[in-house]
Design a protein around this ligand. Structure first.
Ligand SMILES: Cc1cc2nc3c(=O)[nH]c(=O)nc-3n(C[C@H](O)[C@H](O)[C@H](O)COP(=O)(O)O)c2cc1C
Length: 373
C-alpha cells in the first residue's frame, strides 16, 4: 500500500452507524452505465477497504479505466463525508493491483483520524447527478470555470480543458457522433448496452443498477423503438439502411447545442492514475453542481481513444479501426494541449432544467473481516 497521508491525530474507529453513512455517501458516486463496481470491507481494526468488483466491470472498459474512475469518485465521496464528521480520511493506495480468486481487487484502504474539516463540496453529494437534458448555447462564465478548476488545482496529474468556440464545438459534435455510431454497430457494445438498460420502473427498482431509460431523456417513442433493437440481427439489418448514423444524431445534437464542453485528462495513465483522476472528476462534477451547473459525461470518445492509444485498435473491426484513427486525429487537433495524456472524461456542462428521474443505487455491499497483522 502506498500511503497518501500520514496520521498525526488519534485514529477513529467508526461505529456501525457512522460506517453506514460513509458508505451511503460513497455509493452516491457516478459510474459508467450505473454499474456500481465497488465493494467494501470493514476490518476489526477500523480500516475500511475499497475493492473493485470485477464481476460488475463493463466489457467495453479498456484496462478497467472506467471502473477505476468510478472507484475514485466513490473514494472522493468517502473522504468528503469523513470531513463532514470532523474526521480526516487517511488513504493508502494499492501498489500492485490484481484480483483475488473471487475477482475482487483491493484498490485503496482508508483509516480515519481526528482533525478533519468539512469541504464545502461535501454538501452537494446527494444533489450531484447526470443531467442529459438539452443545455443552452450560452457558454459557462469564466468565473465559474475558474472556480471549477480551483476544485482540482491541488491534484497534480489532472488537467481540465475547455471548448466554447462554436466552430470547435461543431467539430466535437461530429467526433461524438462518429464514436457513438461505432458503438451501435459493434455487437459486443450492443450486448453491453442492452444488458445495462432498464425498460420499466419495476425493472430499475428490482436491480437498483443500470440505466433506467427514463434517465436518458429520449424523444417520445424512442424507448419503445429501443426495445425492438435489443435483437442484434434486426439492429444489424437496420444499420445497413443507416440506423446507426441516425441513432448517433441525438448525442451530436446535444453537443452541438451546448455552450461549454469540458475535457478532463491525466498525465498518469496507470490504474492508480485513473483512480486518482476519478477523484478529480468527482470534485469537478461537485463543483459544477455547487454552481448550479448540469453535467453530462460522454463515454464513447474516451472508450475509442483508449482502444486506439492503449491497444492500437486491435479489438476493433478493420473499417471501425480506420474511423477511430480518423476521429483520434480530429480530436488531437481540437485539444492539442492534451496530446499524450489519458482522456478521463469528456463532458457537457451548462445551466439546464433538472433531469426527469434519478438513477438508483444498491445498498453498499459490505464485508466484515477480523484484521490479522
Ligand atoms: C466513467 C463514466 C462514463 C460515463 N459515460 C456516460 C455516457 O457515455 N453517457 C451518459 O449519458 N452517461 C455517462 N455516465 C454517467 C453515468 O451513466 C451515471 O453517472 C450513472 O448512471 C449514475 O447516475 P448519476 O450520475 O445520475 O448518479 C458516465 C459516468 C462515468 C463515471
Amino acid at each position: 500500500m502506498q500511503t497518501e497521508t500520514q496520521a498525526a491525530a488519534p485514529l477513529v474507529h467508526p461505529s456501525w452507524t457512522a460506517l453506514e453513512s460513509l458508505l451511503h455517501a460513497a455509493t452516491l458516486a457516478p459510474s459508467p452505465d450505473n454499474n456500481q463496481p465497488w465493494l467494501f470491507e470493514s476490518r476489526s481494526d477500523g480500516e475500511l477497504l475499497l475493492l473493485h468488483d470485477r464481476t460488475r466491470a463493463l466489457p467495453s472498459d479498456v484496462d478497467d479505466m472506467f471502473s477505476m474512475i468510478a472507484l475514485g469518485a466513490a473514494l472522493e465521496n468517502l473522504c468528503l463525508a469523513a470531513g463532514q464528521r470532523g474526521w480526516r480520511a487517511l488513504v493508502s493506495y494499492s501498489k500492485e493491483f490484481g484480483p483475488d480468486a473471487e475477482g475482487r481487487e483491493v484498490v485503496a484502504a482508508v483509516r480515519f483520524a481526528e482533525g478533519g474539516v468539512a469541504d464545502p463540496l461535501a454538501s452537494f453529494l446527494e444533489q450531484r447527478c447526470c443531467n442529459r437534458k438539452p443545455y443552452p448555447r450560452r457558454p459557462v462564465s469564466e468565473e465559474s470555470l475558474y472556480q471549477i478548476e480551483a476544485s482540482v488545482s491541488a491534484l497534480d496529474n489532472s488537467h481540465l480543458h475547455w471548448l466554447s468556440a462554436r466552430p470547435s464545438i461543431r467539430k466535437l459534435a461530429g467526433i461524438v457522433a462518429a464514436a457513438d455510431r461505432i458503438r451501435f454497430e459493434h455487437r459486443p457494445f450492443h450486448t453491453e448496452l442492452f444488458h445495462q438498460l432498464r425498460f420499466t420502473p419495476q425493472e430499475a427498482e428490482s436491480t437498483r443498477d443500470g440505466l433506467d431509460v427514463r434517465c436518458l431523456e429520449l424523444p417520445l417513442g424512442a424507448a419503445t423503438m429501443l426495445r425492438w433493437l435489443r435483437h442484434w440481427p434486426l439492429m444489424r439489418q437496420l444499420n445497413r439502411l443507416g440506423l446507426s448514423r441516425l441513432m448517433s444524431f441525438p448525442s451530436a445534437l446535444q453537443v452541438w447545442r451546448t455552450g461549454t464542453m469540458g475535457l478532463l485528462t491525466t498525465t498518469d495513465t496507470s490504474r492508480l492514475g485513473y483512480l486518482q483522476a476519478g477523484r478529480a472528476m468527482q470534485r469537478v462534477w461537485l463543483a459544477a453542481t455547487k454552481l448550479g451547473l448540469a453535467f453530462h459525461p460522454l463515454g464513447s470518445v474516451p472508450i475509442f481513444l483508449s482502444l486506439w492509444t492503449r491497444r492500437g485498435g486491435k479489438d476493433l473491426l478493420p473499417h471501425h479501426r480506420r474511423r477511430v484513427e480518423d476521429l483520434a486525429g480530429r480530436f488531437e487537433k481540437l485539444f492539442p494541449q492534451a496530446v499524450g495524456q489519458g482522456v478521463v472524461v469528456l463532458f457537457r456542462m451548462g445551466e439546464a432544467d433538472g433531469g426527469s428521474v434519478r438513477s438508483l443505487r444498491e445498498p453498499a455491499r459490505l464485508h466484515e473481516r477480523v484484521a490479522i497483522r
